[in-house]
Design a protein around this ligand. Structure first.
Ligand SMILES: [Zn+2]
Ligand SMILES: [Zn+2]
Length: 598
């Protein structure tokens, strides 16, 4: 299936943007933005949020030990020791005397029995204490403030209402509630609880959020309260009695085919304005009109009533590479979604319709944040369909690593071109390319003295008679012919079509040794990677207007530099088609034919 899709491609090698060996600046920038995650994801931010979202209970109990250790020993030895902790009778009485509320009596009194609520247990404790000492009945009235909770338990209804109001615009089924206390208050409560409360009394924060949750569950019967992976996290600020909600992204898995070249995978900011918007980008802030991310995300964003989207692909193809076959697995993340339950078929239809043949999606379904990690980390085998042109060896310049970003661009060094020229002029020592170029230019010849021109003619076994203009013309003609003749003069004939096909088929099972390609050497460590060509299918070769083209589908291990497998990257990849056939190869186009994952 993948093989057939590649063959329908137009074969004009002059198509722009297909020079596989010299990726444009565009391509390079692209990947650096991809790494920087421009506008594409808040994935790293999530890591931070994840620590926030942990219920405070754990950290609180950790702190407990630490604080207890810090507690001054002298104080324990003096007046504090006179009052025993609950549930001793004197301890309970002291709690009541302090003005402790019923909820907190239940929480720190140590009398709570199985199935009892805090409130029920607290009321029992109070009756018990009052039964022994009627004076205690006045200890907690409307003017008293519970020293443990500062009357927060009385606000649970209100807080549940506040949360309910904030949640109203959203569709969700998993809710987590968290509470934030001022540190001072939390420490004071801890302190008090350890002095007078029963051993193992529950911390204030978790009890309070439990109470709020209990009220909420009655209001929102369809919602499940969870301690992890919520769709919405409601944070109660216990100091201001404010509620803040954090709406977690909605994730959708799918596979996309990119049917058109020239589309980047994710959004890519305008190079002139870095995404702020300028004349050059028509105030879009984008370098390219669209991207796979936008083609998928934009049509469905309104359906989810979300704010924005981020895109996570299982790898990516270059901007000029199509992606065929079953397509590339991806997860699209919808930020701040107000809706979450949409039929996958509805989403697919909308995307495919709007993209008008540029991309196609399928296999969409609900996903999770953890699947993003899986998608990013899966090393998938891929099949590539390539078309390339075979040229006599020495036709193409030897690739040279591009200078690292920020450094001054190096001038091109000596290439094959010069070597050819040398073979034509065996009497001379190696000439620097600059000299050579200067010597064949009419203007630079004309400023030479006649004697120098004569010497040059002599050097090249040309007639040295005539006037200065005649000598110049002779030299110019000579170099022009040299240029025209060069490939035929120095290169072995191209292999026949059967040999090409046999060589391509012979790649199956080959282990490639690939030194970091010149096109990425400026941003990747230079090392040799071993990668296998697992399967070769659909190899063909043809003559088109006296030029030889070949096509092949290579199934490769994850991380194979596939263009280099064809053109050899100046000997950095071995074996290569170019090396095996002693030719130069120019990749005309490349498609991802399939991604063998999921
Ligand atoms: Zn209280
Ligand atoms: Zn711009």
């Amino acid at each position: 299936m993948a093989d057939n899709e590649g063959k329908s491609e137009p074969t004009d090698p002059k198509d722009k943007g297909i020079n596989a060996d010299a990726p444009s600046e565009v391509e390079e920038d692209w990947s650096s933005f991809s790494n920087a995650g421009f506008g594409s994801t808040d994935y790293d931010l999530w890591e931070d949020l994840a620590t926030h979202e942990e219920p405070g209970n754990d950290t609180e109990s950790d702190d407990e030990d630490a604080e207890f250790d810090d507690f001054p020993a002298e104080q324990l030895d003096t007046h504090l020791q006179e009052i025993p902790t609950a549930p001793a009778a004197e301890g309970l009485k002291h709690l009541v005397r302090l003005g402790t509320c019923d909820h907190c009596l239940g929480r720190v009194g140590g009398k709570k029995t199985y199935g009892q609520t805090l409130l029920e247990s607290g009321r029992d404790v109070r009756s018990l204490v009052i039964g022994r000492d009627a004076n205690m009945s006045e200890a907690h009235d409307d003017s008293t403030i519970c020293p443990f909770c500062e009357e927060l338990f009385a606000e649970t209804e209100l807080l549940a209402d506040l949360i309910g109001d904030e949640l109203r615009p959203y569709e969700f089924s998993r809710l987590q509630i968290g509470g934030q206390f001022p540190k001072v208050q939390a420490e004071a409560e801890d302190d008090l609880r350890k002095r007078y409360g029963a051993a193992g009394s529950l911390p204030l924060k978790s009890c309070l959020t439990d109470e709020i949750a209990k009220v909420l569950v009655e209001k929102l019967p369809a919602v499940k309260l969870v301690n992890e992976k919520p769709q919405i996290l409601a944070l109660v600020d216990m100091l201001t009695l404010g509620v803040q909600i954090e709406v977690r992204s909605h994730y959708i898995y799918g596979r996309y085919r990119k049917l058109e070249r020239g589309i980047p995978q994710t959004r890519w900011p305008c190079r002139a304005c870095k995404g702020r918007g300028c004349e050059r980008c028509n105030n879009t802030g984008k370098q390219y009109e669209t991207s796979v991310q936008d083609l998928i995300g934009e049509p469905i964003l309104p359906l989810f009533s979300g704010d924005d989207h981020a895109f996570h692909g299982m790898g990516r193809e270059d901007i000029d590479v199509r992606c065929m076959g079953r397509g590339r697995p991806f997860v699209i993340e919808i930020k701040n979604p107000h809706r979450r339950t949409l039929a996958a078929s509805e989403l697919e239809e909308k995307i495919n319709q709007d993209s008008a043949g540029r991309i196609e999606v399928e296999a969409m379904r609900d996903s999770t944040r953890s699947e993003v990690v899986r998608i990013k980390d899966t090393p998938a085998e891929k099949s590539y369909r390539l078309r390339f042109k075979l040229l006599p060896q020495g036709t193409l310049p030897v690739p040279e690593p591009r200078p690292a970003r920020g450094r001054k661009k190096r001038r091109r060094g000596r290439g094959r071109k010069e070597t050819n020229a040398e073979s034509e002029t065996p009497t001379t020592a190696p000439i620097e390319e600059e000299t050579q170029t200067a010597a064949v230019d009419e203007k630079s010849l004309s400023i030479l003295k006649k004697a120098e021109l004569v010497a040059m003619c002599e050097e090249k076994n040309l007639a040295k008679t005539g006037t200065k203009p005649i000598l110049i013309e002779r030299l110019l003609n000579y170099h022009q012919e040299l240029q025209l003749d060069k490939p035929e003069n120095v290169s072995p004939p191209l292999p026949d079509l059967d040999t090409i096909i046999a060589t391509l088929d012979g790649l199956a099972g080959t282990v490639l040794e690939q030194r970091t390609p010149t096109r990425v050497a400026h941003r990747r460590a230079d090392k040799v990677r071993k990668r296998s060509v697992l399967e070769v299918t659909g190899s063909s070769a043809e003559m088109v207007d006296d030029e030889i083209f070949a096509e092949v589908t290579l199934r490769c291990e994850s991380g194979t530099y596939v263009k280099e497998t064809i053109h050899g990257d100046g000997g950095r990849t071995t074996p290569s088609v170019a090396g095996l056939l002693s030719v130069d190869c120019e990749v005309v186009w490349l498609d991802v034919a399939d991604i063998h994952a999921d």
